[in-house]
Design a binder for this molecule. Structure first.
Ligand code: DC
Length: 226
């Protein structure tokens, strides 16, 4: 018998606060949190370590058969493993962010990661954070939220986060990087980061994390009965 699971798709641009929101909601509802960006970042890391340029499409595609990527359930979330090794913060650097954005434009890469994402949602109630979850990965998700905030608000959040982690950068640099990634992610031909027709648009520019979580929970509570 096919199991019916509850799926929440959380899409939106980088720095919109999706991952913080998704983690909070996953805890609140007891859902599994899946960060799909981590999968693209891990492909980016593999390609970068092989010394292949991020715009070398043929080179990237030729790597795919060698990439053994898995997502395992750990502490209520999906942990990424590459060749049996647990992946951590090494995929969060600016260089790997650029690699991730570039590899994610390649249809073969997206197809390669499709089943990994879908299989988890077949077995578990999930809240999945990404760019194309509501449009491509889980078009049957019961709730689809498209989270946005102005580029300036998102850059300010990302800048503060990087400062806290001791990364040396400037607000201007973070804002420029954010705008480049927005254009690269939403302007691409395949699975662009755009809202599904049935997604609820959720702008959290002026909201604190707590307000964002409460507002999203209000939307979810109308559809999901614990
Ligand atoms: O969410 P993130 O910033 O960690 O994602 C890294 C990159 O991966 C981002 O530039 C766009 C891409 N991505 C994607 O194309 N589709 C997804 N579902 C998730 C991320």
């Amino acid at each position: 018998m096919v199991k019916t699971t509850f799926k929440i798709a959380l899409d939106g641009p980088s720095g919109s606060g999706k991952s913080t929101l998704a983690k909070n909601l996953a805890k609140r509802y007891g859902f599994v949190y899946i960060d799909t960006g981590a999968l693209y970042r891990t492909i980016g890391l593999f390609v970068c370590e092989r010394g292949i340029a991020s715009d070398d499409k043929a080179g990237i595609i030729s790597c795919l058969p060698d990439i053994k990527i898995e997502m395992k359930l750990e502490n209520g979330g999906g942990a990424v493993y590459l060749g049996g090794k647990r992946i951590g913060d090494e995929i969060r650097t600016p260089v790997i962010s650029k690699y991730a954005s570039d590899v994610s434009k390649i249809p073969e890469v997206r197809a390669f990661l499709l089943e990994t994402q879908r299989s988890i949602a077949r077995e578990n109630n999930v809240i999945m954070d990404g760019r194309d979850i509501g449009t491509v990965i889980l078009p049957d998700a019961q709730i689809k939220l498209f989270v946005t905030a102005s580029p300036e608000a998102r850059a300010k959040r990302r800048y503060n986060e990087l400062c806290e982690r001791g990364v040396e950068t400037s607000y201007e640099e973070v804002l420029a990087d954010m705008k480049w990634r927005d254009a690269n992610d939403s302007g691409r031909e395949i699975a662009p980061a755009i809202p599904a027709p049935d997604a609820i648009l959720f702008d959290n520019s002026g909201m604190t994390i707590e307000e964002t979580v409460e507002n999203a929970a209000e939307i979810i509570d109308k559809v999901y009965n614990k």
